[in-house]
Design a protein around this ligand. Structure first.
Ligand code: NAG
Ligand code: NAG
Ligand code: NAG
Ligand code: NAG
Length: 262
């Protein structure tokens, strides 16, 4: 490329770059939460939200609730507004990252800000072996807008069920980032069994792995990782909740998987 055409190319790229409207890099927090959530668990996709569960009411022993949160902006601030939870209970915040699930942060101090900067957050309520009382927290996001990186998600709260991915059959996609939570609203110890597995196969299961995380000792512990077409051994979520993560690379897809739990 001669110097003149290089100059023209650079000038053209500069013009394109400056003509493109820039998103507001510094969106402030909403003054008030724009969404109110009052259920045990849920999918919350918003710039801010109030999550209030049984505040002033009672929650049964051993209850698990999982909220998957998809904040609109890069920075997130969580603030516990009110809580009747006991020392043996816990409200934990973590995030889905490409490497897995980040360590849990416990939300136990009223008014304290816990800040995060992830695209997908996971809030888990873990009640001890005694009935307890509810809580209210708020989250606000601010800064640059961020698109969802979640290609699929589900929150399974029935006592038993089954699930197929992709939901409508066919092949899963390249660059999937899917997250499925199992947290029956009637406390139990569900056993997860895969009945069909068709994934890209590589020796270390680095390309299109399914990973199972067991809620254990107040954190999500990875207990299985598999690929190819071999059905993995079953997993019992003895502490009442678990996550399934499915991340795929940029090449080769297959028909996915199906599991049951009860
Ligand atoms: C959420 O609930 C609060 C208190 O009940 C109420 O003031 C507020 O308007 C509600 N917000 C939305 C978005 O519904
Ligand atoms: C939490 O953050 C809010 C908003 O930035 C601020 O007004 C408040 O003082 C902070 N609270 C604490 C305990 O730092
Ligand atoms: C999956 O669940 C549906 C209804 O939810 C049920 O009809 C079907 O029999 C289940 N399949 C298996 C293999 O358990
Ligand atoms: C998957 O790959 C491993 C090692 O590369 C191989 O031993 C195994 O037979 C393969 N399984 C299938 C189902 O292709």
């Amino acid at each position: 490329m001669n110097p003149t055409s290089t100059f023209i190319l650079v000038a053209f790229l500069f013009a394109v770059a400056t003509a493109t409207p820039q998103p507001n890099q510094d969106t402030p927090e909403d003054p008030e939460p724009v969404v109110n959530v009052t259920t045990c668990g849920g999918f919350v996709e918003a710039s801010s939200a109030s999550i209030e569960f049984q505040l002033g009411g009672s929650i049964r022993a051993d209850m698990r609730c999982v909220w998957i949160i998809r904040p609109s902006y890069l920075f997130q601030r969580f603030n516990l507004v009110s809580s009747g939870l006991l020392g043996t209970d816990g409200l934990f915040l973590s995030a889905r990252s490409r490497g897995g699930i980040t360590p849990q942060e416990k939300l136990d101090t009223i008014g304290q800000n816990v800040t995060m900067y992830h695209r997908t957050l996971i809030l888990t309520l873990s009640v001890g072996h005694a009935p307890t009382q509810g809580f209210k927290l708020e989250f606000y996001s601010s800064g640059s807008p961020q698109n969802s990186d979640l290609s699929g998600h589900a929150l399974l709260t029935e006592a038993k069920g089954n699930y197929t991915y992709p939901v409508n059959g066919g092949q899963y996609g390249n660059n999937e980032n899917a997250l499925f939570a199992i947290a029956p609203s009637v406390p139990g110890q569900p056993t997860l069994r895969f009945s069909r597995v068709d994934l890209e196969n590589d020796s270390g299961c680095m390309r299109d792995p399914v990973r199972i995380f067991n809620w254990f000792d107040n954190g999500y512990l990875e207990v299985a990782r598999f690929c190819g077409s071999t059905i993995p051994t079953s997993v019992t979520f003895q502490d009442g909740a678990g996550l399934i993560l499915f991340v795929t690379d940029a090449s080769l897809t297959a028909t996915g998987f199906e599991f049951q739990y009860e």
